[in-house]
Design a protein around this ligand. Structure first.
Ligand code: NOJ
Length: 750
């Protein structure tokens, strides 16, 4: 505080550049501060340390925790990640503000991905709600809670589009579609950053990972990505661009992968030419964990000094845990290899965001009021978490209306995941405490369902590994008999199977994405004992459910739903909540089909040709996924009719009548798909270009309208130029990407 007080006096005297940073002429003040800073202090602003080793990778040699804190005191650190807790943040901030020469505050980052203390559904699940307002609210609450614990920066949202469910990090994204992904990216950034970044309950967001990380070959995390520039501009980049242009996201993170032979951290085209110049991004870019140094392993940099030069030149402003800037950047500037202007630009960006957060006005603004913590896990936050969880559930199949459960039915509830209070918290559980989710068993108890519980088979038998436990599938079938006996005695079975919360996420790619361990055997045994079986799938990714789809009458996709998981699942099973979620990612029939996604390009041999060989197909599988993108059932029915297209000025309006044809109220996500059948660049067979979530009472109908303008009709060519071409277009509207109610129009921009 002393330094701040003195700085305050200095403001009055008009002398201290750090204190002057609290003023509003930020760019002029940054100039003054830069002039005051030594080269080492500038490099410090570009150095980020983790407060503990084992967040997401082993730390390189040479930096014990105390040594790091000493460097904070020396003004050689600009940011910390993984400092968790209000008092902890305060203690480290004091080192920077009170002890360092200039007292520049640190910015504290953390992976607040799906809630901070109150844990929300994993992002892929939330995306299945297609509820943009709810998704924004979820991010808002995460920010409020994170800020209450002193954090001012989250490494979220991950906006990587992915078509590969083997990749463990699909749980963290919005799925396979760039349009939905862009809407969700904007919502999340707005939720985290709020209307005023300087408020003490808003935090800076990060769009990551620039770019192509979700296209890791074979779905193996950290692997090479290789795709064409049409895919880059039309599929990968739109969520990044939307977050910059529509939500003014303040930071971006680059990526572990190489693209076109260049590691993302050393990619000037992505970071400088596109993000900073073409899109006008004036926040800063942080590297991913040690991704700067990893350019040596890629075979792109000869050593750490070379890596530092390549990264800073390419526009990677802050180095996370590589130590390459700390060790080499000053030397590179002194030798003339790196221009001081490049370093100054990077430092300016970091200082700008710190200023916007209000840290120069009051570095303790996030930690000065203990009452701020009262809102952690508040009933209001839990209520929103429950709402999001309910809306994230997707009813995949419901033959002969097996669901909802009827009052008075005796239910056998089977599966270790039904009692698991940890798994629903998912992989990135931030400050969420383990073992605190509401289980399905507890949900059933609270709702008064008459049930018997049997574990059947555990999901994991062992924990080992660094930095998080490695889940080991059980081979123990000893619980099968009791489960089968309970199934026989029951009217219906609810079988909760799937993935442990730590079987998806970073570093958790899988080559076989069926039900892990002996769960498939358990499913078959229980189903044989009682065919009236409901399968509830908890997972962080689409699983292969081909056997279940062919045999089990009802399937509910329940992801990892956060703290309120058990209540949300129960409310769907009992019919208290009519499910309305829609898949944000296609579910493959088999691993061999991957990548399978709805917005593919037509081949020259599309078929289908009966009893023919030479067309694009598999001999042993249809080309279609098991469950299409956008699919999701309800306990009521919806009918789409009367599609009309009107054109006026520079837009096209498409309208349909949507009717609830059943006898319960329900929510439907009406989706509009566009096809440009002939273009100078081959366009996908259809692309989502609009959606609306509508609640309808039984028998009620409404007119749903969509507007198409240049933004929806155009596309990027291979060189990144946006084009809108005249010609014919087709539209389809319905409840999934397989919608068949269609129409066409001719677009002419003249
Ligand atoms: C590595 C992950 O790829 C990134 O998304 C995360 O933000 C950092 N580790 C920090 O935990």
């Amino acid at each position: 505080m002393i330094k701040q007080f003195l700085a305050g006096l200095a403001v009055l005297a008009g002398t201290s550049p750090v204190a002057l940073m609290a003023q509003d002429d930020i760019e002029g003040q940054i100039d003054a501060l830069l002039a005051e800073m030594t080269l080492e202090e500038k490099v410090g602003q570009l150095t980020q340390y983790s407060s503990f080793w084992d967040a997401t990778g082993p730390a390189p040699q040479g930096g014990e925790q105390e040594e790091k804190f000493e460097q904070v005191r020396e003004g050689r650190v600009g940011s910390m990640l993984n400092v968790v807790g209000r008092d902890e943040v305060r203690a480290v901030q004091e080192l920077a503000v009170e002890d360092s020469r200039l007292g520049i505050p640190l910015i504290f980052g953390y992976d607040v991905v799906h809630g901070h203390k109150t844990i929300f559904p994993i992002p892929l699940a939330e995306s299945a709600s297609w509820d943009i307002d709810l998704i924004e609210q979820s991010a808002r609450i995460a920010a409020v809670e994170a800020a209450a614990q002193g954090l001012n920066w989250t490494f979220a949202p991950m906006v990587d589009i992915s078509r590969d469910p083997r990749w463990g990090r699909v749980m963290e994204g919005a799925g396979e579609d760039p349009y939905l992904g862009a809407r969700i990216a904007v919502a999340r950034v707005k939720g985290f950053q709020g209307d005023d970044l300087s408020a003490d309950d808003t935090i800076a967001a990060t769009i990551k990972h620039l770019a192509g990380y979700g296209f890791a070959e074979g779905g193996r995390d950290y692997n090479t990505a290789d795709f064409g520039t049409v895919t880059l501009h039309n599929v990968i980049l739109p969520p990044f661009k939307a977050a910059v242009e529509e939500a003014d996201v303040r930071t971006a993170m680059n990526s572990f992968n190489i693209l076109n032979g260049v590691p993302a951290t050393g990619d000037a085209y992505l970071q400088r030419d596109l993000l900073k110049e073409a899109w006008g991004f004036d926040g800063f870019i942080v590297s991913d964990w040690a991704s700067g140094r990893e350019m040596i392993d890629h075979g792109f940099a000869a050593g750490p000094r070379d890596a530092a030069e390549l990264a800073i030149e390419a526009g990677s402003d802050m180095d996370m845990e590589s130590y390459i800037y700390r060790d080499h950047l000053a030397g590179l500037v002194e030798s003339g290899a790196v221009d001081m202007a490049i370093v100054d630009d990077a430092v300016r960006r970091v200082l700008r965001v710190k200023h916007e957060l209000g840290l120069f006005k009051d570095p303790y603004r996030y930690v000065d009021d203990p009452d701020q913590e009262d809102i952690l896990m508040s009933p209001d936050h839990r209520a929103v978490a429950l709402d999001v969880a309910k809306n994230s559930i997707v009813l995949l199949k419901n033959k002969a209306s097996l669901l909802p459960l009827k009052g008075g039915e005796k239910v056998a509830l089977i599966g270790a995941l039904a009692a698991d209070k940890d798994t629903p918290l998912g992989n990135w559980r931030a400050a969420g405490e383990t073992g605190t989710a509401v289980s399905v068993v507890e949900g059933f108890e609270a709702a008064g369902v008459s049930f018997t519980y049997r574990e059947g088979a555990a999901v994991e038998v062992g924990e080992a590994g660094f930095p998080q436990p490695v889940v080991v599938n059980t081979t123990d079938r000893s619980g099968f008999d009791a489960a089968v006996a309970a199934a026989r005695k029951a009217d219906k079975v609810v079988l909760v199977l799937g993935e442990d919360g730590l079987q998806s996420g970073e570093g958790r790619s899988r080559s076989d994405i069926g039900l892990p361990g002996v769960q498939q055997e358990l499913l078959e045994a229980v189903h044989a004992a009682n065919p009236e079986t409901v399968l509830v799938v908890m997972s962080g990714r689409p699983l292969i459910l081909d056997w279940a789809d062919a045999n089990v009458p009802a399937i509910v996709q329940a992801w990892h739903l956060g703290h309120e998981s058990g209540h949300a699942i129960t409310s769907v099973l009992t019919g208290d909540h009519n499910p309305g979620g829609k898949l944000p990612m296609s579910f493959p029939r088999s691993v061999g089909q991957i990548p399978v996604y709805y917005n593919y390009m037509m081949t020259g041999r599309p078929g289908p040709l009966e009893n023919e060989v030479f067309w694009s197909h598999y001999n042993d599988l249809p080309n279609t996924p098991l469950y299409a993108f956008g699919h999701g059932l309800s306990y009521t029915g919806f009918n789409y009719s009367g599609l009309e297209i009107t054109q006026g000025g520079r837009s096209v309006t498409v309208s349909v009548t949507l009717e609830n044809t059943g006898d319960v109220a329900g929510t439907e996500v009406a989706q509009l798909y566009l096809r440009d059948p002939v273009a100078s660049v081959v366009r996908p067979v259809r692309e989502l270009k609009g959606f609306e979530k509508v609640m309808l009472e039984p028998g009620e109908s409404t007119l749903v309208t969509f507007e198409l303008t240049d933004a929806e009709l155009g596309f990027y060519d291979p060189y990144g130029n946006f084009k809108v071409e005249n010609g014919d277009f087709e539209v389809y509207v319905g409840g999934s990407s397989a919608a068949d109610l269609g129409g066409s129009f001719t677009w002419s921009s003249n």
